[in-house]
Unconditional design. Structure first.
Length: 284
């Protein structure tokens, strides 16, 4: 499969469309509790894991610049989900500039323009979005799942993926995902990097010691069992009950908050990204 990127104006599927209410509801700050778990899912493919762990683009590394990386990632999610067509294309162009620098041939071959790996990243983000939504709002009906699924393609097309790469429907996606689980592979390098990330190892000592155990607990709770096994993370009935209690409380808090507070900090980063577009400041 070619990794060449099509000219942005002709990218299929990039147009302004109304934002479905379910997508607007899915944009919640409480989803940040699942962020590390989703990153671990994305990087559980060896080329992606090594590409990030060995990245020479220091400005984009969460372990070196956590605030800047958080701004970039959350801005990307907000733009992908509810941004306009021009905003998604502009963000994609900025990401392209950074991804051109992320490639390696040793010890594991990796190219950030590999669209198959971008599809994997987008698939993890979509599944994470659906999972958190159902945890906070309850099960979705089939029609709502279809709407959220088709919108999920934006996670890939706001990167390098073309729209026709996204599996045509949820049945096709399920097959893709199950096949992808067979490709999960980590090694000592990627496991150490990701477990350190889950435990906030990049933070100063007092914060790391305070937040680390909670971070690992939430990360493990949000991970599907296949990924827990890959990372050697233990999970038992007591852990599940504690996690279920956390989700119940989170759902009640989410329902009680006004929309602006519920969507924080994504709405803040969306505002900031649009300001950066207007003033010509870097967004990545």
């Amino acid at each position: 499969m070619s990794n060449a990127v099509a000219p942005l104006p002709s990218e299929p599927g990039v147009k302004d469309e109304p934002i479905p209410p379910i997508v607007d509801d899915a944009l919640t700050g409480l989803a940040l509790a699942a962020a590390s778990a989703n990153i671990m899912m994305q990087l559980a493919r060896l080329p992606v894991g090594h590409g990030v762990a060995h990245s020479k683009v220091d400005s984009g590394r969460v372990d070196l610049h956590p605030v800047k990386r958080a701004r970039t990632t959350l801005s990307y999610i907000a733009i992908a989900l509810i941004g306009g067509a021009d905003e998604r294309l502009a963000f994609r162009a900025e990401v392209d500039k950074q991804h051109r620098q992320v490639r390696s041939s040793a010890p594991v071959k990796y190219n950030a323009f590999d669209r198959e790996l971008q599809l994997w990243v987008a698939a993890c983000l979509y599944l994470g979005t659906e999972m958190v939504y159902e945890m906070l709002h309850g099960p979705l009906d089939e029609q709502a799942k279809d709407v959220l699924y088709q919108h999920g393609a934006r996670f890939g097309t706001t990167l390098q993926m073309s729209r026709d790469q996204w599996p045509a429907d949820r049945a096709a996606f399920e097959k893709y995902w199950n096949d992808g689980l067979d490709k999960i592979e980590t090694d000592e390098t990627t496991r150490a990097y990701l477990l350190n990330l889950a435990q906030f190892g990049f933070l100063p000592g007092p914060f790391r010691r305070t937040l680390g155990p909670l971070g690992l607990f939430l990360t493990t709770g949000f991970l599907p069992q296949r990924f827990r096994d890959e990372f050697g993370l233990r999970w038992d009935g007591l852990s599940q009950r504690r996690f279920d209690n956390f989700i119940r409380v989170s759902a009640k808090v989410n329902r009680a908050m006004p929309r602006a507070l519920r969507q924080f900090p994504f709405n803040l980063y969306l505002w900031d990204t649009r300001r950066r577009f207007r003033t010509g400041k870097p967004i990545v």
